[in-house]
Design a protein around this ligand. Structure first.
Ligand SMILES: O=C(O)CCC(=O)C(=O)O
Ligand SMILES: [Fe+2]
Length: 351
């Protein structure tokens, strides 16, 4: 399907520039580009990525999402994620809350486990409707493989910059060979939603790295030391990449997991249906989240110098961390601001 054209992103809203990182340069080992990536990942934790080579897979995923979310609600509910902290499957609008007051969300998710995409046609974590399965070999699995390749490239560079023994971060992710919370997520915000309602509330991402593709505005970041939310402008052909909590903890806070949210698209884009696609890379399920102080003097020093706002030893595995964060977002589990706070990550009081 050709990429549709949209009304332009307005030039009169607060917008935060991101560094543009060239994936091809990273792959060729360009040391200046690696330095620029390091600056982006440690200062804000967000960057654009060009020349990632995943455009075809991304377009296919949006076509798949349109197909899959069009199935009848009754059918969809058979594949709903449920309230136990299991993420894979559909999440319908209103099934999650976006803030401590219990305000309902406005977006639909379709989450597909990396483990299912790679094992297909063998089921690994759960089953999906035919409208998803039909796209597995042609589109979903290739998108997952491509996303893993991109994120594994980042992990290798961060491993080197953090002074970790070779392959240390890989061993906790792809190299662990075990199931993980890694997943591809399609997000649909229906057209004509009230312009004062958030799509997704302020959060940090749960896992290690997020590889995001969107076409309409709406994503906003709260940069360090700034009190006003700022849009990240979608750029054609550019992914938006960011660091999540798990990698921030492992690196002793050197890699930044920055708070962000999804607001209504700005200006003339506000009434349109908004789609985004993310691949979330997360550590293997049994990996205990902790700063890798014993493997890197740089990380050890960072923890010693830290202001104490991030707990670098939360005493949870990646799976426990993930389940806790997903579960406490569910509307059915919301009781009061305390139950909301029980699902928080490294937001550091900024949400
Ligand atoms: O839709 C977007 O632009 C961002 C989505 C996001 O932050 C998330 O799913 O964690
Ligand atoms: Fe996010």
């Amino acid at each position: 399907m050709p990429v549709p054209t949209f009304p332009p992103f307005p030039d009169d809203v607060p917008t935060h520039p991101l560094l543009v990182i060239d994936y091809e340069l990273l792959r060729s080992g360009d040391s200046r580009e690696k330095e620029r990536l390091w600056a982006a990942a440690t200062e804000l934790g967000f960057w654009y990525l060009k020349n990632h080579g995943a455009d075809e897979e991304v377009d296919g995923m949006f076509d798949m999402g349109a197909d899959a979310t069009a199935i009848p609600m009754e059918e969809k509910m058979k594949f709903e994620q449920g309230d136990t902290g299991f993420s894979f499957g559909f999440k319908v609008p209103g099934a999650c809350v976006v803030d401590a007051a219990g305000t309902l969300d406005t977006v639909e998710f379709l989450n597909i486990a990396k483990d299912d995409a790679l094992a297909y046609p063998k089921p690994a974590r759960r089953s999906y409707p035919n409208a998803v399965n039909a796209w597995m070999n042609s589109t979903i699995t290739p998108f997952v493989r491509k996303s893993l390749e991109v994120n594994d490239t980042f992990l290798e560079i961060f491993n080197e910059k953090l002074g970790l023994p070779e392959g240390a971060l890989d061993k906790l992710h792809t190299g662990s060979g075990e199931f993980s919370g890694s997943e591809a997520r399609l997000i649909k915000r229906p057209a004509g939603m009230p312009t004062d309602q958030l799509g997704l509330g302020a959060h940090t991402d749960f896992g290690s790295l997020s590889f995001l593709h969107n076409r309409l505005g709406g994503l906003q970041v709260l940069p360090p030391g700034v009190e006003e939310w700022q849009y990240v402008k979608p750029l054609p052909g550019h992914a938006i990449c960011n660091v999540g909590d798990a990698l921030s903890i492992m690196s002793g806070g050197i890699l930044r997991s920055n708070i962000h949210r999804v607001a209504p698209p700005p200006g003339d884009q506000s009434s349109l249906e908004r789609w985004s696609l993310v691949f979330f890379q997360r550590p293997g399920n049994s990996v205990v989240l902790r700063a890798l102080t014993d493997q890197s003097p740089v990380i050890d020093q960072a923890v010693k110098n830290s202001d104490g706002r991030i707990n670098f030893n939360p005493g949870q595995t990646a799976e426990e961390w993930f389940v806790r964060r997903v579960k406490h977002k569910r509307t059915n589990n919301y009781k009061d601001p305390e139950t909301w706070r029980a699902g928080r990550g490294t937001e550091q009081g900024r949400a």
